[in-house]
Ligand binder design. Sequence first.
Ligand SMILES: [Zn+2]
Length: 371
Amino acid sequence: MSTANRYQHIKSTKPVVGKARKLKDLMIKSDNRICADCGAPDPKWASANIGVFLCLKCGDVHRALGPDISKVLSVTLDDWSDSDIDSMVEVGGNSHANSIYEAFLPKDHLKPKPDSTMEYMTKIIRAKYETQDFLKPSLRISSRSSFKSTTSMKSVDINFSSTSRKDISEDTREFVGELNITLVKGTNLAVRDMLTSNPYVVLTLGPRRADCYELKLDLLYLFLHLFVLHLEDSLDDWFDEQLENYLDDDYLVFDCPGQIELFTHVPVLRNFVEHLKRKIFNVCAVYLLDSRFVSDVTKYISGCMASLSAMIQLELPHINILSKMDLISNKKDVEEYLDPNAQVLLSQLNRQMAPWFGKLNKCLAELVSLL
Ligand SMILES: [Zn+2]
């Protein structure tokens, strides 16, 4: 039976409503009409926590991995909970999941085909999801504790490291400390699941600590925040040691993460700059603004204000650069903002905004044309 026919069948016996409708809409997307692992047509199974649609054969391999790694459900026979459907919808289907789980699939590693042996399928599927051999290294989690159950777990320590110590010793990166993540509790937990779990975790790096309630939303920001605080703690020892490796005429570039809050809401970067100045470095700030952001006058003003906040915070010689120009299809859209005219900006702002913003618009346009 084709996918379309099956849906007609479902529709005739049981109306597709609410969340079930979302699952149906996801299923009929072209990438979900073939098995995520072997490419067999018309998959009728799915891994709810990983977010992929699977054929019967691959579904069997997934089931053997255990529900803590892959929660296998029949699309047509099982009752789906709302959270299982949400998980599937959030991942967005086979293409997106494979872009993560097969990001580093070696060229000589052939994906299984529908007629591959069970042994080969098992080997590749285990490597893909259990040991995550093809996952982007920065997304890998190595688990110190073994997860026994998805529901009975109360507190588990996970040792998180984007690169192993061995990797670090082989290149120029420095091991600055071990980030510990304590998982306090969570929902939909599955070992190594980066996409659908919703844990409450506590991060500690040295004496610093940060709490994170929503892994997928806040962890990166919290980690960066924790890391810059750790860097600040290390300025007088570890960081100074690093600086000794450079000569007077060396140029150093400190590439900062794109979280503007780190530079406007906390004084870490300011302290970092002051530290460099005390070491008699000439410091200059280069602010990169995504040129796609400069698509109309209000976004342009907003970008300028963000850059201005960094300038005020750091009080350094300051260069603004529009980045990613290659992604702009019509360069003329950006050109008019390169040398802005206060009157032109003001008339554009006034056209887009309510009359009572007139006075503010005038101040902003004059300020931006001076920057
Ligand atoms: Zn398959």
